[in-house]
Design a protein around this ligand. Structure first.
Ligand SMILES: [Zn+2]
Length: 461
């Protein structure tokens, strides 16, 4: 069943223009790439005629635990398959040791996932620094998040210990000692934000522009600068998620001239929405939507390579948590399903972003950064037979109701996108066909990651 030849497609590579080739799949892995029409006696054929074949796409920034706990491993991974993603990497946030959380969540996920998955742990307590090396070795987790904004009282308010720069310093130092897992830094100067927010609120601000004014771009860029300086000093690798502003891109460009171990992510909403949006609470994200100039700056950074990858920051909150006055609405929204249509419609069609670049942003680079290459993110022989089949010319209106997510809305509801995933194949098995989920949950495997080495799919202890 997982032996077949995928015929007639145009393969998309990260390092060269697309080529028309057939792909021979054996045992759920890519065996070889063949000239179109090459003989393959006795091997069943599957058609990719007229379609572009990407390596299975990877959404390396989703949140677990924000929607309906437990069933979200089914709904959100089915939603990912519908969006053309065959791997997702999800964040946990927790103040306790990760042992019990990991076991419990892994069990829920293994039974339900439609696509392969891995976890990032957020670090918030002293214990997490102490156990960092153990998480790498005993749980197959090679990326850890640190919220620069959960300082002191702000962190304690969220039920966390509340950290400070001293904690961050020790975390970076420990990461360097245990083999340099990625430290994902949410950059936000909360001390400035707290004062600005009070001013905006007392002036009666209620719009997304006010939300952005409460978190000016410098509160994203200044901590990025500090994080890179500290990482350089301590020999750590840092990763900036959801970069939203020209200011942040500028400091990163400047610092990269002396410090290379920094990886930059942006999200689809910063490529399509600005602070002038009238979505109110529905469009409340952290960081906020920015100006038109920031939006253009992010596209520029996607073209010039300052942005390394694009991820969704998918958060399956229900509408009831969002459809509220701005200051009361929850932050974040579902975004996996619209990410590829945004990149194809707004990127490839409107801005002439090469498919090769989209392949890097959504597959090759996340695979390398998060230690799931070369099994994932590649069409080379030996890789998992994960494919995202794309119809570049298909036009379709996005409706959240067509997707499996627990969250029943989408920022891009009603957008007519050109360019859609029409089939997702995971380890040789079709998990989405013509926008419909195929097969049961439980197909997806845990990706046990190792720093700088291939992952071990299915290993759980
Ligand atoms: Zn996030």
């Amino acid at each position: 069943m997982t032996d077949f030849i995928l015929r007639g497609g145009t393969l998309v590579f990260p390092d060269k223009p697309p080529e028309k080739k057939d792909v021979l799949v054996k045992g759920g892995k890519i065996d070889s790439l063949l000239a179109q029409g090459a003989a393959a006696p006795g091997v069943p054929e599957q058609s990719a005629a007229g379609l572009h074949v990407f390596p299975g796409l990877i959404d390396c920034h989703v949140h677990f635990g924000m929607g309906e706990k437990i069933t979200e491993y089914s709904t959100e991974t089915a939603n990912a398959a519908q969006g053309g993603f065959t791997t997702v990497l999800g964040y946990f946030l927790n103040n306790e040791a990760y042992g019990d959380v990991f076991r419990r969540e892994l069990e829920h996920a293994v039974a339900r996932a439609h696509v392969d998955f891995g976890f990032h742990f957020s670090t918030a307590s002293e214990l997490h620094i102490k156990e960092l090396g153990e998480y790498v070795k005993e749980y197959g987790v090679t990326s850890f998040k640190y919220f620069m904004n959960f300082k002191g009282e702000e962190g304690r308010y969220l039920g966390l210990d509340g950290t400070d720069d001293g904690y961050f310093y020790d975390l970076l130092k420990e990461s360097a000692r245990v083999g340099r897992p990625i430290v994902v830094c949410h950059t936000e100067n909360i001390e400035i934000v707290n004062r600005e927010r009070r001013k905006v609120q007392s002036a009666g601000g209620t719009t997304l522009k006010d939300w952005s004014a409460s978190k000016p771009a410098i509160t994203e860029s200044e901590p990025a600068l500090r994080a890179m300086y500290l990482a350089e000093e301590l020999g750590a690798r840092v990763y900036f998620p959801h970069i939203s502003s020209r200011k942040a891109l500028d400091v990163i460009r400047f610092w990269r001239q002396r410090f290379k171990d920094v990886i930059v992510e942006t999200c689809p909403h910063y490529l399509t929405h600005t602070e002038d949006s009238e979505l109110g609470g529905m469009g409340k994200a952290n960081p906020p939507f920015r100006t038109k100039d920031d939006l253009e700056a992010i596209w520029e950074a996607i073209f010039d390579g300052t942005v390394d990858l694009v991820a969704s920051d998918h958060n399956a909150r229900k509408k009831v948590n969002k459809d509220k006055p701005l200051w009361l609405a929850s932050q974040g929204f579902p975004a996996t399903a619209s990410m590829l249509p945004v990149m194809l419609s707004e990127g490839y069609h409107k801005r002439k972003l090469p498919l090769q670049r989209i392949c890097q942003l959504l597959a090759t680079v996340p695979a390398k950064v998060f230690d799931i290459a070369p099994l994932k993110g590649s069409l080379a022989p030996g890789a998992d037979a994960d494919f995202t089949l794309v119809d570049l010319d298909k036009e379709r209106v996005l409706h959240a109701a067509d997707f499996a997510s627990y969250a029943e809305y989408n920022l891009h509801e009603g957008w007519n996108f050109k360019g859609w995933p029409v089939r997702s194949i995971s380890r040789g098995v079709t998990v989405m066909d013509e926008h419909k989920v195929v097969g049961e949950g439980g197909h997806g495997k845990y990706l046990w990651r190792r720093i700088g080495q291939p992952p071990i799919p299915g290993k759980t202890r």
